[in-house]
Design a protein around this ligand. Sequence first.
Ligand code: NAD
Length: 510
Amino acid sequence: MTHSVLTALGLTELESGTYLGGGEWSTTGGAGLVESVSPTDGQVLARVNATTQAEYETIVERAQAAFKVWRQTPAPRRGEAIRLCADALRTHKDALGSLVALEMGKSKPEGDGEVQEMIDIGEFAVGLSRQLYGLTMHSERPGHRMYEQWHPIGLVGIISAFNFPVAVWAWNSFVAAVCGDISIWKPSPKTPLSAIASMKICNEALKAGGFPDIFFLFNDAGNELAQRFVDDKRVPLISFTGSTKVGRHVGECVARRMGRSLLELGGNNAIIVDPSADLNLAIPAIVFGAVGTAGQRCTTTRRLFVHESIYDEVLGKLKTAYKQVEGKIGDPTDAANLMGPLNSQDAVKGYLDAIARAKAQGGTIETGGEAIDRPGNFVLPAIVTGLTNDAEVVQTETFAPILYVMKYSTLEEAIELQNAVPQGLSSSIFTTNLKNAEQFLTAWGSDCGIANVNIGTSGAEIGGAFGGEKETGGGRESGSDAWKAYMRRQTNTINYSDSMPLAQGIKFDL
Ligand code: NAD
């Protein structure tokens, strides 16, 4: 029987994973099936027909044709299209938020929050559609004018991870759309239904508003089409969100063909708690950061550096809070639960393997560290002490709720340790000491793309540019001027004089 959450969104047990444009979803099979499996009980929610090579070709050709029209549409009019998408998502927020919870496994409030993020970035993009500003420069030559303008880049390829199955698409495609681009999305094979539902909601809103196709979708049963996508010269920008391992490969492939890539990869985020910290703020932030989404956020708090003078107190409070969370682990669609399952059995294996490695490397499991004996992919959130920052397991992003707690004695030492990992996504300090807060934010402070004071590492707002340094990939998405990644810059110099002076005073007299 079709799950009621699917029915609410008009989804059936066999779905097409291919939006070909013109209101047409593929009806052919033959490229394999992608199974959407509930992480809560292991049941298959629905099967999705993957995209064929021929269908992929149709999508790219239609997207190229769509771009010719869309790039001539005034940007504020493009903003109107995205306003309609945001409105439609508002209408379907409850149902889509439930589907995200059901299929990905995050809690219902977090699923709803993810859809809210889509709405928020939609509204941001509407405003942006009137603010795609270029600069005007003073020419060194008389009778000349010089300025820069931003043109759409063309087709934007979006490859997304399972843990933010809908918001990452909206961050990219809504901003790309107001920039004048057409986007093609390849979602994670673990969350195809959330992608299909988002695509249907937005494409129906666009059609009802009289807008042409700007969003396309394909699903890949393996990685063959994804690889073709990454190598496809007709797609000038690939925006990739996922693991550092796959992202490194994608970045290399795109660079080889001189394309552009925007990489949003793994994190290994830390919080520093200094002796002046307000623990009434710090404890809930650490627990949400480490346990929220069952540790499956790129910004999840994975390392905690606590000043030696308050170490025992902080560890004690955390262990008490973790016991409270343990009583609220369960069905993620039940809004009363704080933590759902991991997304897959592979993730459970990864968690157990990391716990075993932590023990082997000298760590002590303070709480958790086991899978829960019930159907689905449930584990207990773990706190590990006794390891140093350079331990192999601490240096690695394990996509699960494991928090490594370590002591420090000086702020310089804490900052050095927090920076001493390959990744550079998110970081925080809890302090009431202004000097310490400012030290943390200096050029010799945190080396991450995100550095916070008195809030945790996760839960970024859409208004800022999101992304990180080092092996996190260097890309920036969402707010601020991240839109520039989706456009090409053109510098224009216009001579309105009667002479032909050369720059740098060069003489070339004929
Ligand atoms: P993953 O790397 O396994 O998969 C990501 C995507 O890449 C999927 O759509 C997958 O099908 C696709 N893929 C796999 N092989 C490919 C290939 N050869 N060519 C092209 N695409 C290919 O990641 P995941 O397990 O889905 O997500 C978890 C990871 O994503 C974590 O490391 C997390 O930190 C990271 N993440 C980062 C951010 C960020 O903004 N920095 C956000 C969310 C998730």
